[in-house]
Write a protein that binds this ligand. Structure first.
Ligand code: 5RP
Length: 228
């Protein structure tokens, strides 16, 4: 097996134990973790899961994975999710798949967040990947202008047919090409203070372990560095 995403996704499932509540991430790397969890459940693993998107919910249901929600649980033991960029301090950009809001709600309620990625996601600094920001549809143009004031030229995410991409929550995504993000916590605070913004794809202090699959078939794991 030499698919780095599959390597990382499947490895992360080894941290899942009987009785756990598990968050299911979204994207092509989390896909492999969900697939593997389905396999382990059919072999007797007993867990309950909360998906971070309708896409992951559908995959989980097809795999026969028992689902739960926040009306039933207050904390998630472990979540396995992907990322678009990971910096040395474990700050992340997420939302390439448009699921950032549910992903952040789940991550915020999670004890151990495992990020699965191939090595192309490791960056010295965030920002090369346009930062996804979820905004309410009403007045999105005004929200875009406030985001532009922060030093980028936000682009409304569209589907192939050119219709605006709609998130699972009925909102829009503005992709914000900052180029470089020198201070992720500060930028997250600035963006979240803009009226019309629902959530940003900047994940600050929300990752505990990174599992990296490599093209040579090896794996690397990093544990969250202690904040200075
Ligand atoms: C979805 C996400 C994904 O986790 C992120 O885009 C990484 O996806 P992939 O594993 O397909 O590269 O944040 O909103």
């Amino acid at each position: 097996m030499s698919n780095p995403k599959q390597l990382a996704g499947e490895r992360a499932t080894e941290y899942v134990e009987n009785g756990m509540v598990v968050g299911l991430g979204t994207g092509s790397t989390a896909f492999y973790a969900i697939q593997k969890l389905g396999e382990r459940i059919r072999q007797g693993l007993t867990i309950r899961c909360i998906p971070t998107s309708e896409q992951s919910r559908m995959q989980a249901e097809e795999e026969g994975i028992p689902l739960t929600d926040f009306s039933q649980v207050t904390q998630i033991d472990l979540t396995i999710d992907g990322a678009d960029e990971v910096d040395p301090a474990f700050h992340l950009t997420k939302g390439g798949g448009g699921a950032l809001l549910r992903e952040k709600i789940v991550a915020s309620a999670t004890r151990v967040q495992i990020i699965v990625a191939d090595e192309s996601k490791l960056k010295d600094r965030l920002g090369a990947f346009p930062l996804p920001v979820e905004v309410v549809p009403f007045g999105w143009e005004a929200t875009r202008n406030r985001l532009a004031d922060l030093g980028c030229d936000p682009v409304l995410r569209r589907m192939q047919e050119n219709t605006p991409f709609q998130t699972d929550n009925g909102n829009l995504i503005l992709d914000c090409p900052f180029g470089r993000i020198d201070d992720p916590p500060a930028l997250e605070t600035q963006i979240r203070s803009i009226c019309g913004v629902v959530e940003t794809g900047l994940f600050v202090h929300l990752a505990h372990r990174i599992v990296i699959g490599k093209t040579d078939g090896t794996l690397e794991e990093r544990i969250e560095p202690q904040p200075l």
